[in-house]
Write a protein that binds this ligand. Sequence first.
Ligand SMILES: [Zn+2]
Length: 373
Amino acid sequence: MTVQINQDEALKMLEELVNIDSGSYVKEGVDRVGSYLRGLYEALGFEAEELVNTEHGNNISLKHKDAKDPEIIAIAHMDTVFPEGTAAERPFSIQGDRACGPGVIDMKASHVMLYHAVKALSEAGDESYKNIEILLTSDEEIGSVSSRRVIEAHSKTKKYALVLEPARADGSIVSARRGAGSYELEITGKAAHSGIEPDNGSSAIKELAHKIFEIEALSRPDEGLHVNVVQAGGGEAANMIAPNAHAVVDVRISKMSQGEWVDAQIRKIAEAVQVDGTTVELSGGVNRPPMEYTEGTKKMVDLITEEGSKLGLEIKHTHTGGGSDASFPAALGVDTLDGLGPVGGKQHSAEEYLETESLVARTELFINFLKRL
Ligand SMILES: [Zn+2]
């Protein structure tokens, strides 16, 4: 089946979506995007389950009314990183081959793509769209605070999870992502005059210095494990042994087992106090699991590459350090692929753009990929 996606119609929809401010903290805006999309899917025979949040936007699950137990979940977030008023300041615009505006590639264009894919399949009478659950989430950009549990609950019974983060600037899809963790150290020592009675003090900064070297030594760059002390400070006055110090530790992991190992090591280091009279308090943990490159992912990559070549598109795949919602189904053992949205770049900045031509091309690719799954 050849599908015809109307580019003008798709860009019109994109303009409407971009011009609704939907920063993660703008509940009203995220909910407006949600109602807009919900209305469109309902017109195609989908039924919505709206999971209401008081603080952030609502998460919305959509399934066709004739769907039994869909095997595929498509996940797309509605929030952006931009504050209220950004869309009024620099609304949607077309500049040459690119479309611009807040959230245009991350990921308003993905919503246009997903909707048009489902619409094209339903107009063509192809039943594949009944095999998909669509999950519109509200707070990915701030760590999926409310949506993580929803994503886990809705994806755990699925065979495939398709995450519609944009493709990389060079068009690559994403087949693995690193997981992440964050820790805070609070060290308490004992103040003393550094000139008169320095021996009566216990330096929290000296204790922190030991910790910094021990913690950073946990990095295994060759294995994709990075542990960095990214913030540190302490002390109260120029002539005082430091009674306090603190640090923030950033952890990036490529495998789940690294997360367990590094967590245990950091706790051990925190407990082993080296400067007498100081105490260390540790908080935090590994909060985003990695999306590992599994056998299942590889099969999906092969499929989409094959479908791409039929359309004359060379589809590459890549591993990236940044996190996304793809980590959650992946950690549950669901075959997951990410970066399935259109091509663009500079997300999270005012220069964010979509390669306009990729909108229709990637929609066609997505349709054919869905049919194969
Ligand atoms: Zn995103």
